[in-house]
Structures are given as structure tokens and as C-alpha cells.
Write a protein of this length. Structure first.
Length: 257
């Protein structure tokens, strides 16, 4: 079933905004203003973009180059792969600058002799929250190419790119960041202690930036199996890559087994 697109007017320029179900922040394709649909007014959070540098022609060359690079790839991958689909997506991302402080108390027991531990774990984070509720994009592992970041403008997009509005607003992004940061602090402490007896974590949101990043989503086939590949459309680096396993006979040739 095709997506239902609702049209409302941009409060800044009066141009039509194409709104899809679930959108929370919509960017006007005429004046590049952002609109918070919850209140129906202009969204004033700073908006930046890491625009794509690899268009459809360039991405074909990049994919072919990627298939031929890397020690742990099958030797015939570059000859036998076949691209099944490729799509350039412009994804919404919130960068949440937060200060997190955890007061903790617990025990380190893995040596057999319990050792009491207590103190404060305090860290600063620039935490990434994807503005889409369902996506294969690996937000935690993704490193934003800051050298390519610039003020947002629709003119920086390349033809054929799929521009995605955010399905969450700043408040929800900050709430999600707070929850995830508390879990992350606990994860860090669990590496140092075997028993956590007390843990109080406070999250202070310092600043939030709204950002769009660009990535190519690719599926390819090799020897009858389908794999996924996500490439940064600004740098060309792989963000997520499924690589076919080398057959055991190939490993014996490589390692002399």
C-alpha cells in the first residue's frame, strides 16, 4: 500500500509540506525551514547536514572498489558479486551533548576475594539518536564525518536521494539519550564490578543539534546469498558491511593449513 502524504503549508514561506504518517519534524523543500508538527510552527533547533559526495555514478565505482579490498574477502568477490538494490538515504540524527554523573557502590568478586568499590563515574558525551523508529542504520557505531558538516540547505542534496524527515522531536530525542546514557554508564561499571549494590545516575542535557547524514544502502548477491552493505555517502567508508565467509579451502591456501 502506498504511503499517504498529507500536504500542509510551511509557516515560513507558505510552500506545501509533504507530510508522511509518523513524521514529527518536516523540512520544507523550498526554503529548508524545519516545522515541528506537534505545535505547527517553525523549529528553531540548529540544523546541519553532511551532504553526499558520491552520486549514483560514483557509488558504482566505490562499490566495485570495496568488493576488491580487504584481506578477509573471497578472492572472486569483485568478479562474482551482483548489486540487487541501492538507495541513497538522507537520515535525521540528533547529537545530544550531555554530562552524566553516576554515584555507585558495589563489589569486585571475580578474584575470589570480595573487594568493595564505590565512587563517582562522571563523563561528557555527544550521544547520537536516530530520528527514525525503524532503520538498519547502526547509530552507535557510526562516526559523523565532522569535516563534511555544513549548515543545512536542500540544494546540497543530489538528485534521486531519499530525504527522510524525523519521526521524533527534540524532547523525545533527549529522553531517549538520557535512558541510553544511563544504561551505558551501568554497562561501563559492570566491567569494573561484579555486584552493583547502589547506582544513582543523573543526566544533564547541555545542548542538542539536529543533523542529516547521508548513506548508501546496498544489497548484493554473491554465490546465491544476499548481503547488506551501508556506505557513508560523504566519505565512502563502510558503516556496516556483511562480508561472505571465505571457504575453508581458501583459508588453507591463505594460512598454509
Amino acid at each position: 500500500m502506498p504511503e499517504i502524504v498529507q500536504e500542509i503549508s510551511c509557516p515560513d514561506c507558505g510552500g506545501p509540506l509533504k507530510v508522511k504518517p509518523g513524521d514529527a519534524i518536516v523540512t520544507c523543500e523550498y526554503c529548508s525551514s524545519d516545522v515541528n508538527l506537534a505545535v505547527g510552527s517553525k523549529y528553531f533547533l540548529k540544523h546541519s547536514i553532511v551532504p553526499p559526495k558520491f552520486d549514483e555514478k560514483a557509488i558504482d565505482e566505490l562499490i566495485n572498489s570495496w568488493m576488491g579490498r580487504g584481506f578477509l574477502k573471497p578472492g572472486d568477490l569483485a568478479r562474482r558479486y551482483r548489486v540487487l538494490s541501492k538507495e541513497l538515504q538522507i537520515l535525521p540524527l540528533f547529537i545530544v551533548h550531555a554530562s552524566v554523573k553516576s554515584d555507585f557502590q558495589g563489589q569486585f568478586t571475580r578474584t575470589g576475594q570480595p573487594i568493595d568499590k564505590s565512587g563517582v563515574l562522571e563523563k561528557q558525551y555527544y550521544w547520537k539518536v536516530l530520528g527514525r523508529r525503524a532503520s538498519a542504520f547502526p547509530t552507535r557505531e557510526y562516526e559523523v564525518p565532522l569535516s563534511g558538516k555544513t549548515d543545512f540547505n536542500m540544494s546540497k542534496l543530489v538528485p534521486g536521494a531519499k530525504f527522510l524527515n524525523s519521526e521524533i522531536d527534540e524532547k523525545e530525542a533527549n529522553d531517549l539519550a538520557g535512558q541510553q546514557l544511563k544504561e551505558h554508564q551501568k554497562f561501563l561499571l559492570e566491567r569494573e564490578m561484579d555486584i552493583i549494590q547502589k547506582l544513582d545516575t543523573a543526566v544533564e542535557i547541555i545542548d542538542t543539534e539536529f543533523l542529516h547524514v547521508s548513506a548508501w544502502f546496498i544489497t548484493y548477491q554473491y554465490r546465491g546469498k544476499v548481503y547488506e552493505l551501508i556506505l557513508d555517502a560523504c566519505t565512502g567508508e563502510d558503516i556496516k558491511a556483511e562480508i561472505p565467509q571465505i571457504e575453508k579451502r581458501g583459508l588453507k591456501r591463505l594460512f598454509g593449513g
